[in-house]
Design a protein around this ligand. Structure first.
Ligand code: BG6
Length: 382
Protein backbone atom coordinates (compact mmCIF):
# COMPACT_ATOMS: atom_id res chain seq x y z
CA UNK A 1 0.00 0.00 0.00
CA UNK A 2 1.21 3.54 -0.81
CA UNK A 3 0.38 7.14 0.09
CA UNK A 4 0.97 9.76 -2.64
CA UNK A 5 0.00 13.34 -3.45
CA UNK A 6 -0.81 12.45 -7.05
CA UNK A 7 -1.73 9.32 -9.00
CA UNK A 8 1.19 9.24 -11.51
CA UNK A 9 3.67 8.95 -8.60
CA UNK A 10 2.57 5.39 -7.80
CA UNK A 11 1.12 4.34 -11.15
CA UNK A 12 4.03 1.92 -11.73
CA UNK A 13 2.99 -0.09 -8.67
CA UNK A 14 -0.77 0.15 -8.18
CA UNK A 15 -4.01 0.69 -10.12
CA UNK A 16 -6.54 0.61 -7.30
CA UNK A 17 -6.72 4.03 -5.66
CA UNK A 18 -8.70 5.39 -2.69
CA UNK A 19 -9.34 9.14 -3.14
CA UNK A 20 -9.13 10.84 0.25
CA UNK A 21 -11.51 13.68 1.19
CA UNK A 22 -10.57 16.73 3.32
CA UNK A 23 -10.23 16.17 7.11
CA UNK A 24 -9.97 12.42 6.76
CA UNK A 25 -7.43 10.23 8.52
CA UNK A 26 -6.03 7.03 7.04
CA UNK A 27 -4.55 4.06 8.92
CA UNK A 28 -2.46 2.18 6.38
CA UNK A 29 -0.64 -1.10 6.95
CA UNK A 30 0.93 -3.52 4.51
CA UNK A 31 -2.31 -5.47 4.45
CA UNK A 32 -5.09 -2.97 5.13
CA UNK A 33 -6.28 0.62 4.55
CA UNK A 34 -8.84 2.17 6.89
CA UNK A 35 -10.30 5.65 6.34
CA UNK A 36 -11.80 7.70 9.19
CA UNK A 37 -13.76 10.95 8.99
CA UNK A 38 -13.35 13.98 11.30
CA UNK A 39 -15.59 12.26 13.89
CA UNK A 40 -13.18 9.29 13.81
CA UNK A 41 -15.85 7.04 12.31
CA UNK A 42 -14.59 4.61 9.71
CA UNK A 43 -15.91 5.50 6.23
CA UNK A 44 -16.42 3.18 3.28
CA UNK A 45 -14.69 4.44 0.12
CA UNK A 46 -15.21 3.04 -3.38
CA UNK A 47 -11.99 1.89 -5.03
CA UNK A 48 -11.07 4.06 -8.06
CA UNK A 49 -9.52 1.93 -10.82
CA UNK A 50 -6.94 3.88 -12.82
CA UNK A 51 -7.19 3.09 -16.51
CA UNK A 52 -4.16 5.12 -17.67
CA UNK A 53 -1.29 3.03 -19.04
CA UNK A 54 1.78 3.33 -16.82
CA UNK A 55 4.00 4.75 -19.60
CA UNK A 56 1.54 7.66 -19.97
CA UNK A 57 3.35 9.03 -16.93
CA UNK A 58 6.80 8.43 -18.46
CA UNK A 59 8.87 10.56 -20.86
CA UNK A 60 8.80 8.04 -23.75
CA UNK A 61 12.10 9.25 -25.21
CA UNK A 62 11.44 12.98 -25.00
CA UNK A 63 14.05 15.11 -23.16
CA UNK A 64 11.43 16.24 -20.67
CA UNK A 65 7.72 16.02 -19.92
CA UNK A 66 6.87 19.47 -21.29
CA UNK A 67 8.28 18.58 -24.73
CA UNK A 68 6.40 15.26 -24.70
CA UNK A 69 3.16 16.96 -23.68
CA UNK A 70 3.50 19.63 -26.38
CA UNK A 71 3.59 16.78 -28.90
CA UNK A 72 0.61 15.02 -27.28
CA UNK A 73 -1.68 17.96 -28.08
CA UNK A 74 -3.11 16.56 -31.36
CA UNK A 75 -4.04 13.33 -29.57
CA UNK A 76 -5.45 15.22 -26.56
CA UNK A 77 -7.57 17.49 -28.76
CA UNK A 78 -8.75 14.48 -30.80
CA UNK A 79 -9.77 12.63 -27.63
CA UNK A 80 -11.48 15.69 -26.16
CA UNK A 81 -13.52 16.31 -29.30
CA UNK A 82 -14.26 12.93 -30.88
CA UNK A 83 -15.50 11.43 -27.61
CA UNK A 84 -18.17 14.12 -27.68
CA UNK A 85 -19.41 13.63 -31.27
CA UNK A 86 -22.23 11.20 -32.11
CA UNK A 87 -22.63 9.37 -35.45
CA UNK A 88 -24.70 12.23 -36.92
CA UNK A 89 -21.91 14.73 -36.17
CA UNK A 90 -23.72 16.30 -33.22
CA UNK A 91 -21.88 17.41 -30.10
CA UNK A 92 -22.83 15.38 -27.01
CA UNK A 93 -21.82 17.22 -23.84
CA UNK A 94 -21.37 14.03 -21.83
CA UNK A 95 -21.50 14.62 -18.09
CA UNK A 96 -23.41 17.87 -18.48
CA UNK A 97 -27.03 16.92 -18.04
CA UNK A 98 -28.51 20.38 -18.67
CA UNK A 99 -31.98 20.76 -20.11
CA UNK A 100 -32.74 23.02 -23.07
CA UNK A 101 -34.60 25.33 -20.69
CA UNK A 102 -31.61 25.60 -18.33
CA UNK A 103 -29.27 26.46 -21.19
CA UNK A 104 -31.79 29.01 -22.51
CA UNK A 105 -32.30 30.54 -19.06
CA UNK A 106 -28.68 31.41 -18.20
CA UNK A 107 -28.34 35.18 -18.43
CA UNK A 108 -24.63 35.14 -17.59
CA UNK A 109 -21.65 32.79 -17.50
CA UNK A 110 -18.81 33.23 -15.00
CA UNK A 111 -15.52 31.51 -15.83
CA UNK A 112 -13.05 31.34 -12.92
CA UNK A 113 -9.53 29.85 -12.94
CA UNK A 114 -5.86 30.50 -12.22
CA UNK A 115 -2.76 30.95 -14.39
CA UNK A 116 -2.97 29.39 -17.82
CA UNK A 117 -6.47 28.05 -17.12
CA UNK A 118 -7.53 31.71 -16.70
CA UNK A 119 -6.12 32.48 -20.14
CA UNK A 120 -8.17 29.58 -21.53
CA UNK A 121 -11.17 31.19 -19.84
CA UNK A 122 -10.53 34.43 -21.74
CA UNK A 123 -10.79 32.51 -25.02
CA UNK A 124 -13.90 30.76 -23.67
CA UNK A 125 -15.45 34.17 -22.99
CA UNK A 126 -14.91 35.33 -26.56
CA UNK A 127 -16.35 32.23 -28.22
CA UNK A 128 -19.32 31.78 -25.85
CA UNK A 129 -20.31 35.45 -26.24
CA UNK A 130 -19.77 35.43 -30.00
CA UNK A 131 -21.55 32.15 -30.73
CA UNK A 132 -24.13 31.73 -27.96
CA UNK A 133 -24.89 35.39 -27.27
CA UNK A 134 -24.50 35.06 -23.50
CA UNK A 135 -22.58 37.64 -21.46
CA UNK A 136 -19.45 36.05 -19.94
CA UNK A 137 -17.29 37.32 -17.06
CA UNK A 138 -13.84 35.84 -16.51
CA UNK A 139 -11.99 36.23 -13.21
CA UNK A 140 -8.88 34.85 -11.55
CA UNK A 141 -10.01 32.61 -8.70
CA UNK A 142 -7.81 34.36 -6.10
CA UNK A 143 -9.73 37.60 -6.79
CA UNK A 144 -13.21 36.15 -7.31
CA UNK A 145 -13.27 34.42 -3.93
CA UNK A 146 -12.68 37.69 -2.02
CA UNK A 147 -15.11 39.96 -3.83
CA UNK A 148 -18.88 39.77 -3.41
CA UNK A 149 -19.57 38.59 -6.97
CA UNK A 150 -22.90 39.22 -8.69
CA UNK A 151 -23.83 35.61 -9.32
CA UNK A 152 -27.11 33.77 -8.72
CA UNK A 153 -29.06 30.71 -9.89
CA UNK A 154 -29.26 32.21 -13.42
CA UNK A 155 -25.46 32.42 -13.65
CA UNK A 156 -23.63 29.39 -14.99
CA UNK A 157 -20.29 29.05 -13.15
CA UNK A 158 -17.44 27.28 -14.97
CA UNK A 159 -14.29 26.37 -13.02
CA UNK A 160 -11.36 25.55 -15.32
CA UNK A 161 -8.59 23.57 -13.66
CA UNK A 162 -6.16 20.99 -15.04
CA UNK A 163 -5.39 19.43 -11.67
CA UNK A 164 -8.86 19.98 -10.27
CA UNK A 165 -7.13 20.72 -6.94
CA UNK A 166 -6.09 24.41 -7.09
CA UNK A 167 -7.22 25.81 -3.74
CA UNK A 168 -8.33 29.26 -4.99
CA UNK A 169 -10.38 27.72 -7.80
CA UNK A 170 -11.97 25.20 -5.43
CA UNK A 171 -12.80 28.00 -2.96
CA UNK A 172 -14.34 30.07 -5.76
CA UNK A 173 -16.44 27.08 -6.82
CA UNK A 174 -17.72 26.63 -3.26
CA UNK A 175 -18.57 30.36 -3.05
CA UNK A 176 -20.51 30.14 -6.33
CA UNK A 177 -22.38 27.05 -5.17
CA UNK A 178 -23.28 28.81 -1.90
CA UNK A 179 -24.95 31.48 -4.06
CA UNK A 180 -27.03 28.92 -5.94
CA UNK A 181 -25.01 28.82 -9.18
CA UNK A 182 -25.05 25.63 -11.26
CA UNK A 183 -21.36 24.68 -11.56
CA UNK A 184 -19.47 22.97 -14.40
CA UNK A 185 -15.95 21.73 -13.66
CA UNK A 186 -13.63 21.67 -16.70
CA UNK A 187 -10.88 19.37 -15.42
CA UNK A 188 -8.17 17.02 -16.62
CA UNK A 189 -7.87 14.76 -13.56
CA UNK A 190 -10.60 12.17 -13.02
CA UNK A 191 -12.05 12.22 -9.54
CA UNK A 192 -10.28 15.47 -8.55
CA UNK A 193 -11.85 17.69 -5.87
CA UNK A 194 -13.25 20.23 -8.35
CA UNK A 195 -14.63 17.42 -10.52
CA UNK A 196 -16.27 15.87 -7.46
CA UNK A 197 -17.77 19.11 -6.09
CA UNK A 198 -19.07 20.50 -9.39
CA UNK A 199 -22.65 19.72 -10.44
CA UNK A 200 -21.28 18.48 -13.77
CA UNK A 201 -17.80 17.85 -15.11
CA UNK A 202 -16.47 18.20 -18.65
CA UNK A 203 -13.14 16.37 -18.77
CA UNK A 204 -10.31 17.42 -21.05
CA UNK A 205 -9.00 14.04 -22.18
CA UNK A 206 -5.38 15.25 -22.36
CA UNK A 207 -4.01 12.33 -20.32
CA UNK A 208 -1.84 12.89 -17.23
CA UNK A 209 0.02 16.22 -17.40
CA UNK A 210 3.26 15.96 -15.44
CA UNK A 211 4.91 19.22 -16.46
CA UNK A 212 4.08 22.09 -14.07
CA UNK A 213 3.83 24.44 -17.05
CA UNK A 214 0.68 23.30 -18.77
CA UNK A 215 0.54 22.83 -22.54
CA UNK A 216 -1.77 20.00 -23.69
CA UNK A 217 -4.24 20.70 -20.88
CA UNK A 218 -4.46 24.34 -22.03
CA UNK A 219 -5.17 23.43 -25.66
CA UNK A 220 -7.73 20.80 -24.67
CA UNK A 221 -9.36 23.39 -22.38
CA UNK A 222 -9.76 25.58 -25.46
CA UNK A 223 -11.32 22.68 -27.38
CA UNK A 224 -13.73 22.08 -24.50
CA UNK A 225 -14.70 25.77 -24.48
CA UNK A 226 -15.35 25.66 -28.24
CA UNK A 227 -17.55 22.57 -27.81
CA UNK A 228 -19.52 24.22 -24.99
CA UNK A 229 -19.96 27.47 -26.94
CA UNK A 230 -21.04 25.67 -30.12
CA UNK A 231 -23.55 23.43 -28.33
CA UNK A 232 -24.97 26.29 -26.24
CA UNK A 233 -25.35 28.30 -29.46
CA UNK A 234 -27.19 25.42 -31.16
CA UNK A 235 -29.61 25.06 -28.21
CA UNK A 236 -30.17 28.81 -28.01
CA UNK A 237 -30.66 29.03 -31.79
CA UNK A 238 -28.06 31.77 -32.31
CA UNK A 239 -26.22 30.09 -35.22
CA UNK A 240 -26.73 30.82 -38.92
CA UNK A 241 -27.85 28.00 -41.25
CA UNK A 242 -25.01 25.50 -41.71
CA UNK A 243 -22.79 27.27 -39.17
CA UNK A 244 -23.04 24.40 -36.63
CA UNK A 245 -21.85 21.82 -39.17
CA UNK A 246 -19.09 24.21 -40.29
CA UNK A 247 -17.86 24.71 -36.71
CA UNK A 248 -17.93 20.96 -36.01
CA UNK A 249 -15.87 20.35 -39.17
CA UNK A 250 -13.39 23.03 -38.07
CA UNK A 251 -13.09 21.43 -34.61
CA UNK A 252 -12.40 17.99 -36.08
CA UNK A 253 -9.69 19.46 -38.33
CA UNK A 254 -7.73 20.93 -35.38
CA UNK A 255 -5.45 17.94 -34.57
CA UNK A 256 -3.79 17.84 -37.98
CA UNK A 257 -3.43 21.64 -37.98
CA UNK A 258 -1.53 21.33 -34.72
CA UNK A 259 0.63 18.59 -36.25
CA UNK A 260 1.50 20.98 -39.09
CA UNK A 261 2.51 23.69 -36.60
CA UNK A 262 4.66 21.23 -34.61
CA UNK A 263 6.39 20.22 -37.84
CA UNK A 264 7.85 23.75 -37.97
CA UNK A 265 9.57 23.30 -34.59
CA UNK A 266 13.22 23.22 -35.74
CA UNK A 267 12.78 26.59 -37.46
CA UNK A 268 11.11 28.05 -34.36
CA UNK A 269 13.85 26.61 -32.12
CA UNK A 270 16.50 28.16 -34.40
CA UNK A 271 14.86 31.59 -33.93
CA UNK A 272 14.43 31.08 -30.15
CA UNK A 273 18.14 30.34 -29.73
CA UNK A 274 18.91 33.86 -31.01
CA UNK A 275 16.96 35.33 -28.08
CA UNK A 276 18.16 33.07 -25.26
CA UNK A 277 19.94 36.06 -23.66
CA UNK A 278 17.21 38.64 -24.20
CA UNK A 279 16.39 40.98 -21.31
CA UNK A 280 12.73 41.56 -22.21
CA UNK A 281 10.16 40.20 -24.61
CA UNK A 282 6.72 41.65 -25.30
CA UNK A 283 3.69 39.89 -26.77
CA UNK A 284 0.91 41.95 -28.38
CA UNK A 285 -2.41 41.01 -29.95
CA UNK A 286 -6.04 42.06 -30.35
CA UNK A 287 -9.20 40.15 -29.37
CA UNK A 288 -8.52 36.39 -29.22
CA UNK A 289 -4.90 37.13 -30.08
CA UNK A 290 -4.56 39.22 -26.92
CA UNK A 291 -5.65 36.23 -24.82
CA UNK A 292 -3.09 34.10 -26.70
CA UNK A 293 -0.43 36.81 -26.15
CA UNK A 294 -1.07 36.62 -22.38
CA UNK A 295 -0.48 32.86 -22.45
CA UNK A 296 2.58 33.17 -24.69
CA UNK A 297 4.09 35.71 -22.31
CA UNK A 298 3.35 33.57 -19.25
CA UNK A 299 5.03 30.53 -20.82
CA UNK A 300 7.96 32.71 -21.95
CA UNK A 301 8.71 33.95 -18.43
CA UNK A 302 7.95 30.74 -16.50
CA UNK A 303 10.12 28.61 -18.82
CA UNK A 304 12.99 30.89 -19.95
CA UNK A 305 13.12 33.14 -16.81
CA UNK A 306 13.29 36.17 -19.14
CA UNK A 307 11.06 39.12 -18.22
CA UNK A 308 8.04 39.27 -20.51
CA UNK A 309 4.71 41.08 -20.65
CA UNK A 310 1.67 40.92 -22.89
CA UNK A 311 -0.36 43.93 -23.96
CA UNK A 312 -3.47 44.53 -25.96
CA UNK A 313 -1.82 45.69 -29.22
CA UNK A 314 -3.69 49.00 -29.13
CA UNK A 315 -2.41 49.72 -25.62
CA UNK A 316 1.34 49.46 -26.36
CA UNK A 317 1.49 53.09 -27.42
CA UNK A 318 -0.09 54.31 -24.15
CA UNK A 319 3.04 53.88 -22.05
CA UNK A 320 4.62 50.42 -22.38
CA UNK A 321 6.20 51.43 -25.71
CA UNK A 322 8.69 53.46 -23.63
CA UNK A 323 10.27 50.13 -22.61
CA UNK A 324 11.06 49.19 -26.22
CA UNK A 325 14.76 49.61 -26.97
CA UNK A 326 16.87 48.76 -29.95
CA UNK A 327 16.55 45.01 -30.60
CA UNK A 328 13.80 44.36 -28.02
CA UNK A 329 11.83 41.30 -29.12
CA UNK A 330 8.14 42.04 -29.74
CA UNK A 331 5.94 39.13 -30.83
CA UNK A 332 2.85 40.24 -32.72
CA UNK A 333 0.01 37.70 -32.86
CA UNK A 334 -2.33 38.35 -35.78
CA UNK A 335 -4.60 35.38 -36.55
CA UNK A 336 -7.93 37.25 -36.60
CA UNK A 337 -8.59 38.45 -40.19
CA UNK A 338 -10.68 41.49 -39.22
CA UNK A 339 -7.95 42.78 -36.87
CA UNK A 340 -4.90 41.98 -39.04
CA UNK A 341 -4.29 45.45 -40.53
CA UNK A 342 -4.77 47.18 -37.15
CA UNK A 343 -2.29 44.82 -35.49
CA UNK A 344 0.25 45.33 -38.28
CA UNK A 345 0.12 49.08 -37.71
CA UNK A 346 0.73 48.51 -33.97
CA UNK A 347 3.78 46.44 -34.91
CA UNK A 348 5.05 49.24 -37.18
CA UNK A 349 4.77 51.64 -34.21
CA UNK A 350 7.09 49.51 -32.03
CA UNK A 351 9.39 48.80 -34.95
CA UNK A 352 9.99 52.56 -35.28
CA UNK A 353 11.34 52.38 -31.70
CA UNK A 354 13.89 49.73 -32.67
CA UNK A 355 11.99 46.56 -31.78
CA UNK A 356 12.78 43.29 -33.54
CA UNK A 357 9.43 41.93 -34.65
CA UNK A 358 8.32 38.32 -34.78
CA UNK A 359 4.96 37.75 -36.43
CA UNK A 360 2.59 34.85 -35.68
CA UNK A 361 -0.17 34.68 -38.28
CA UNK A 362 -2.01 32.29 -40.60
CA UNK A 363 -0.73 31.01 -43.96
CA UNK A 364 -1.53 33.48 -46.71
CA UNK A 365 -0.80 36.68 -44.77
CA UNK A 366 2.62 36.95 -46.43
CA UNK A 367 2.46 40.78 -46.45
CA UNK A 368 3.60 40.47 -42.80
CA UNK A 369 7.11 39.82 -44.17
CA UNK A 370 7.35 43.55 -45.05
CA UNK A 371 7.08 44.34 -41.32
CA UNK A 372 8.27 41.39 -39.22
CA UNK A 373 11.85 40.10 -39.17
CA UNK A 374 10.71 36.52 -38.56
CA UNK A 375 7.27 35.00 -38.96
CA UNK A 376 5.68 31.73 -37.85
CA UNK A 377 2.65 30.66 -39.88
CA UNK A 378 -0.17 28.49 -38.54
CA UNK A 379 -3.02 26.95 -40.54
CA UNK A 380 -6.17 29.07 -40.85
CA UNK A 381 -9.09 27.97 -38.67
CA UNK A 382 -12.43 29.53 -37.81
C1 BG6 B 1 -0.04 26.92 -11.88
C2 BG6 B 1 0.51 26.11 -13.02
O1 BG6 B 1 0.65 26.59 -10.69
O2 BG6 B 1 -1.41 26.65 -11.68
C3 BG6 B 1 -0.21 26.54 -14.27
O3 BG6 B 1 1.90 26.35 -13.18
C4 BG6 B 1 -1.69 26.32 -14.08
O4 BG6 B 1 0.27 25.78 -15.38
C5 BG6 B 1 -2.20 27.02 -12.81
O5 BG6 B 1 -2.36 26.90 -15.20
C6 BG6 B 1 -3.64 26.55 -12.52
O6 BG6 B 1 -3.56 25.15 -12.23
P1 BG6 B 1 -4.84 24.25 -12.54
O7 BG6 B 1 -4.42 22.86 -12.19
O8 BG6 B 1 -5.96 24.76 -11.66
O9 BG6 B 1 -5.17 24.43 -14.00
Amino acid sequence: NFIASDIPAILKHVRKIYLIENNETVVLTASSVKIYNAERREVHREVFNVTWDADAAEKEGYDHFMLKEIHEQPKGIRNTITRRMDEEGNIVLDGIRMTKEEIENFNKVYIVACGTAYHAGLIGKTVIEKLAGISVEVDVASEFRYRDPFVDENTLFIAISQSGETADTLAALRLARSKGCPVIGLCNVLGSSIAREADATMYTWAGPEISVATTKAYSTQLAACYLLATEFARVRGTLADGQYEHLVTELEALPEKIEKTLADKERIQWFASKYANAKDAFFIGRGLDYAVALEGSLKFKEISYIHSEAFAAGEMKHGPISLVENGTLVVGILTQPDLFEKSVSNMVEVKSRGAFLMGLTTYGNYSIEDTAGFTVYVPKTD
